[in-house]
Design a protein around this ligand. Sequence first.
Ligand SMILES: [Zn+2]
Length: 259
Amino acid sequence: MYIDTHTHLNARQFDSDREAVVHRAVQAGVDIMVIPNVDVDTIEPIQQLCHTYPSHCRAMMGIHPTSIKKDYGKKLAEAERALRKGGYVAIGEIGIDLYWDTTYECEQVEAFGIQIEWALERDLPINIHARNSLSLCIDIVAEYHSRYPQLRGIFHCFDGSIEDAQRIIALGRFKLGIGGLVTFKNATVADVVRRVPLQYIVLETDAPYLSPHPLRGRRNEPARIPMIAAKLSTLYEVPLEEIAEKTSANAREVYALDL
Ligand SMILES: [Zn+2]
């Protein structure tokens, strides 16, 4: 059994066949899908999804860094209101994205810190989006971690160096989210992952994005988690079952899943 620790099942790309996508996931052994929130308009659809598939879907709450602009205070207030109602397994996806736009870097850093504090107040993990900002994100998390060692979470879509991986591992309770990137031809992250003990790895698709090789460029979906696991099986030279078992145990530990 597999867990997709980061999948945008609410995305409009699934509007025409979402039910079939969930069915294919379950058929492929991907029993649990954890859905990150992105902006205020995704809160309700994700709640609906978790309501429709209570034994397969769990939700995160947070505002994605690319949705953080000048008015981020209003968005955070709305996200926190939803969070107070409960039922969320993580704060995410949160972090810093300096790839698309650097205009609101200060606001992004501020919002990241506020949302890390939500996680600490509620003993929830954080799901971190870091694009062109990995060392900055690790610095920020490490700073919180030095004061609050109970802080835990996942660096989603990890594509850093071995030094980055080692800094994350040193935080104790953090995992690397590994997805389609690791299957791409000449992916440098594959050489990094190989050197990271399996206890720090969780699987994710980030669907509809980052479809694994040889389906790169196509719409991704949670049913492709076994393709990522197969790549890890080769990298670690351990049976596929062991990849499934260990990465699922890691995901259950970090998200404290009740199913
Ligand atoms: Zn995502």
